[in-house]
Design a protein. Structure first.
Length: 359
C-alpha cells in the first residue's frame, strides 16, 4: 500500500538513523506538533483506524472496539495516550508505572536487531511515578480503554513491594479500566522472584488487602516467557484462587540464542519476532489449562495479521504490539485488523471472540 511505502521509504530511515530513544522522542514531538493543527489528528485517525462490528469484544467486563492494543513500554508516562487512542488501537496499556519516580538504567538502554526484527531493552522502569502519572492522565479525555501496568520501584526493598504496588493502584485505578501486576520484567533486580508461587500468592493477596479487600479495577498478572513449564503450570493452578481477572502473556525474554551474526548482543530483555513462538506456546498452555476461565492478553512478536491470528487461535482474547510497531510503522494496526476481519468474513465467523482458542 502507498501509505506503508511512505513510512518505509521516508519516515523509517529517519527514525532508524537515530538512537532508539531519540527516535521515540522524535515521534512524540511529531505527534505533538501535529496536534497543533486543528483536525490533523482526526485525519491521521481516518487512515490508521479499521472498524468492523466483528472486531468488537468484551473482556473482563470491558468493551473493546477491537482486540488490538499498544503494549506497556511504549507510553511510559501516560502522555501519549490521547495520540495512540487515535491510531487504530482498541486499548492502550500505560507504564510500567512504579510507586515512586525513577530514571531507569543508564543510556544507551535500547538496541535494535533489524535482521531479526527485534529489540533488546534494559530500560529499568523509567517513569514519573504514580503521583505524577496521575497528574498527567487525569487531565485527559478517555477515548478507548486504558490499562495501567504497575511494577516495583527499584530502590524499594522486596519486603515493601506490596506497599509500592498498592500506591500505584490507589493512585491510578480511578483513571484506568484495568490494571496489570508486572512481576516479569528482567530489568529490575529481583523482580522475577515475585513470580515464584508463594511470593506471587503473598504479593497478590497483599495488594488486594492493601486496596481494602478487593481490586478496584479488573487486574491481570504479567508473566515471563522464561519460566520452566512445570513452574508455569503450577502458577496456573493458583491464579484462579487469587481473584485476578486474567493473564498477560508474555513479557520479554532473556534467551537470546536466536540472535546470530551480530558483533555484540546486549544485556536486557529481547522482544519482537524471536519471542513470537515462545510467547504463543505459553498462551497455548494457559488456554488449555484454564479453558477460558480467565482471559489472556497475548503479547510477543506480533508484526502481521498472520501472527496476530496465531495468538488469538492459541487462546488470546486480546493482543498487544510494541516492537512490531517500531519496525512496521503506524499502519500496522490497520493492516492487522483488516486481515482479521477479512479472515472472519471468509470463514463465516461472526465475532473475533469465536476465534479464541480455535486452533
Amino acid at each position: 500500500m502507498v501509505r506503508d511505502h511512505f513510512y518505509s521509504l521516508f519516515l523509517k530511515p529517519l527514525f532508524f538513523s537515530l538512537d532508539p530513544e531519540n527516535a521515540h522522542q522524535l515521534s512524540v514531538s511529531l505527534l505533538k506538533a501535529a496536534n497543533q493543527f486543528p483536525g490533523f489528528l482526526n485525519k491521521i485517525e481516518q487512515v490508521t483506524t479499521y472498524k468492523s462490528e466483528r472486531l468488537k469484544v468484551k473482556v473482563a467486563g470491558i468493551e473493546f472496539s477491537n482486540p488490538l492494543g499498544m503494549a506497556a513500554g511504549f507510553d511510559k508516562t501516560g502522555e501519549l495516550y490521547p495520540f495512540l487512542a487515535k491510531l487504530g488501537f482498541g486499548h492502550v496499556e500505560i507504564g510500567t508505572i512504579t510507586g515512586e519516580k525513577q530514571p531507569g538504567n543508564p543510556q544507551p538502554r535500547v538496541f535494535r536487531y533489524p535482521k531479526d526484527q527485534a529489540l533488546i531493552n534494559r530500560m529499568g522502569f523509567n517513569n514519573p511515578g504514580s503521583k505524577e502519572a496521575l497528574c498527567i492522565i487525569s487531565t485527559q479525555k478517555k477515548f478507548i480503554p486504558r490499562g495501567i501496568n504497575a511494577g516495583k520501584t527499584k530502590i524499594v526493598p522486596a519486603e515493601n513491594a506490596v506497599e509500592d504496588y498498592v500506591k500505584t493502584f490507589q493512585s491510578l485505578s480511578g483513571v484506568s479500566d484495568y490494571g496489570v501486576i508486572n512481576v516479569s520484567s528482567p530489568n529490575t533486580p529481583g523482580l522475577r522472584n515475585l513470580q515464584e508461587k508463594d511470593a506471587l500468592v503473598a504479593l497478590v493477596n497483599g495488594i488486594r488487602k492493601g486496596l481494602g479487600g478487593k481490586f478496584l479495577i479488573p487486574t491481570f498478572v504479567k508473566l515471563a516467557p522464561d519460566l520452566e513449564e512445570n513452574a508455569f503450570l503450577e502458577l496456573l493452578d493458583i491464579v484462579l484462587d487469587l481473584g485476578i481477572s486474567g493473564l498477560v502473556l508474555t513479557n520479554t525474554t532473556l534467551d537470546k540464542s536466536s540472535l546470530t551474526g551480530y558483533s555484540r548482543i546486549e544485556e536486557g530483555g529481547l522482544s519482537g519476532r524471536p519471542v513470537r513462538e515462545k510467547s504463543t506456546g505459553f498462551i497455548r498452555l494457559a488456554y488449555k489449562k484454564l479453558q477460558g476461565r480467565l482471559p489472556i492478553i497475548g503479547v510477543g512478536g506480533i508484526d502481521s495479521g498472520e501472527s496476530a491470528l496465531e495468538k488469538i487461535k492459541a487462546g488470546a482474547n486480546l493482543i498487544q504490539i510494541y516492537t512490531g510497531y517500531i519496525y512496521q510503522g503506524p499502519f500496522l494496526p490497520y493492516n492487522i485488523l483488516k486481515f482479521l476481519d477479512n479472515f472472519m468474513l471468509k470463514e463465516g465467523v461472526g465475532n473475533i471472540s469465536q476465534l479464541t482458542g480455535s486452533e
